[in-house]
Design a protein around this ligand. Structure first.
Ligand code: FAD
Length: 435
């Protein structure tokens, strides 16, 4: 006789505490098999076989495994495709329902639709829950039921709607006896997935109240530790968005606002999935005649444009997998506007390298910087790297850290004159938008 159970499938929610879908699975009355799939469709497309994000996932699984073993259970981990895995485990167990949390990315939506179909053919239900955002795609809409495309009114309604219900935690531990009893199973090694260990210097989950409270004053200065570094935890769900938002709601309105930007871009990606498939939110911007000079793109990627704040940002990214938000804005604007290189090239470069890479926010950030996004910087707002440096890195502490030779003769001349680039950008953008 096959054991009857439910499955909880971890995806972008790699934690046991305060996990909405997992909580529902444990409360559903049957033993729960915790499952993770290293999805071949995703992993096999990653070119860098020392990608730190794979290491990050692996470490998060080990952490969950330790806790699950204490509960007398174990993760089931596969390197395969979801369809194959469910086919296989339905031969071992009588599965009633597969529980998971929602994911708004286009690939995830297609995958989940296909999985739901194939589970149906096995007479298994598939249920997904909101977990990665405070408000789901349809919970903060305009009065006429259509999605917001401008941040400020969206954020106003978001805040007005916020209450303890939406910030409440899901007490998974209370129901831990529902995890299916089983021997500890091995997690496939990185090598068996075709990857190699990639160093383990990841941002901590600890975040002080002081940081949250002071965030409004510190967040714009890349030379200090003035932001939370929670991006990667939110991306992979190693920390609950509700936990962060609860703290932000009590201690820091400016910090909460950034979390609302995250919900906003998630909502935009759901309602306008074309943005996640390479389309500009504002169609007129498809007419821009990008220069797309490959040498200049290589200089930007490698941090040798001769603009120290731009070069510092790219070098920080290349070396650490992180770039400060202020500098993400400056470097993105520089690529799209000063160099007139298609923002999609920059978006893809960030996507390969950012540890906190997330399609919705990365796309939102790039489209904002290039001017083509839903609530974007106007096209005539062209960041001046020298002025940005003066305001946000006045003592050059950030630049000195990443471009120590910035004031020496060996440092390259600017790749393009600022004033010239500004005028050229205005001409090209105006021409495209006048059509
Ligand atoms: P903090 O400043 O401490 O903010 C706290 C959290 O709020 C972040 O971790 C993030 O989850 C959220 N957040 C903050 N700012 C934004 C924002 N503008 N949009 C959406 N969410 C925000 N963020 C990503 O998470 N992944 C990306 O791939 C990404 N790519 C970006 C690309 C560009 C061109 C730009 C301009 C911004 C991008 N951002 C991205 C947004 C922002 O830069 C990062 O979230 C932030 O720098 C991460 O550092 P932190 O965790 O210290 O953030």
């Amino acid at each position: 006789m096959k054991l009857e159970l439910n499955v909880f499938w971890f995806r972008r929610d790699l934690r046991l505490n305060d996990n909405a879908g997992l909580y529902r699975a444990l409360k559903a009355g049957k033993p729960v098999l915790p499952l993770f799939i290293f999805d071949k469709h995703i992993l096999d497309d990653l070119e860098n076989k020392t990608d730190r994000r794979v290491q990050y996932i692996f470490d998060a699984l080990l952490e969950m495994q330790t806790e699950l073993v204490e509960y007398g259970s174990s993760l089931a981990v596969f390197y395969s495709t979801p369809e194959e895995v469910f086919q296989k485990i339905s031969g071992e167990y009588k599965i009633d329902t597969v529980f998971a949390n929602e994911d708004y990315e286009p690939y995830a939506r297609e995958r989940d639709a296909a999985v739901a179909e194939s589970l149906k053919s096995l007479s298994i239900s598939f249920k997904t829950f909101k977990d990665q955002v405070i408000f789901s795609r349809d919970e903060v809409l305009k009065d006429d039921g259509t999605p917001y495309t401008v941040f400020t009114p969206y954020s106003r309604k978001w805040k007005a709607k916020l209450n303890d219900f939406f910030l409440g935690s899901y007490p998974v531990k209370k129901h831990s006896k529902q995890f299916v009893r089983r021997e500890e199973q091995n997690i496939p090694s990185l090598e068996s997935l075709g990857f190699h260990p990639a160093g383990r210097s990841f941002p901590s989950k600890q975040l002080s109240d002081e940081m949250i409270a002071n965030y409004g004053e510190t967040r714009d200065y890349p030379g200090i530790s003035g932001t939370s570094r929670m991006g990667v935890h939110l991306r992979f769900g190693t920390l609950s968005i509700r936990e962060l938002a609860r703290r932000a709601n009590e201690k820091g309105a400016v910090y909460l606002n950034e979390l609302i930007w995250r919900d906003f871009y998630q909502m935009i990606l759901w309602h306008f999935p074309q943005v996640g498939k390479g389309r500009a939110f504002k169609p007129d911007y498809e007419n821009i005649q990008w220069r797309n000079n490959e040498q200049e793109f290589a200089a930007w990627c490698e941090g040798r444009t001769g603009y120290p704040i731009v070069d510092a940002g790219l070098r920080q990214l290349n070396k650490t997998g992180y770039m400060h938000n202020r500098v993400r804005m400056i470097t993105a604007s520089f690529l799209a506007k000063h160099l007139l290189i298609d923002w999609r090239w920059g978006e893809a470069y960030f996507a390969e390298r950012l540890l906190d890479y997330e399609l919705a926010s990365n796309n939102g950030g790039w489209q904002w910087a290039a001017g083509c996004g839903c609530d974007a910087a106007p096209y005539f707002r062209i960041f001046n790297p020298a002025l940005q440096t003066k305001r946000f890195d006045p003592d050059h502490s950030y630049i000195k850290q990443w471009v120590p030779e910035f004031d020496q003769l060996s440092y390259p001349q600017p790749i393009v004159d600022h004033q010239f680039a500004r005028d050229r950008c205005l001409t090209v953008y105006k021409k495209a938008l006048a059509r």
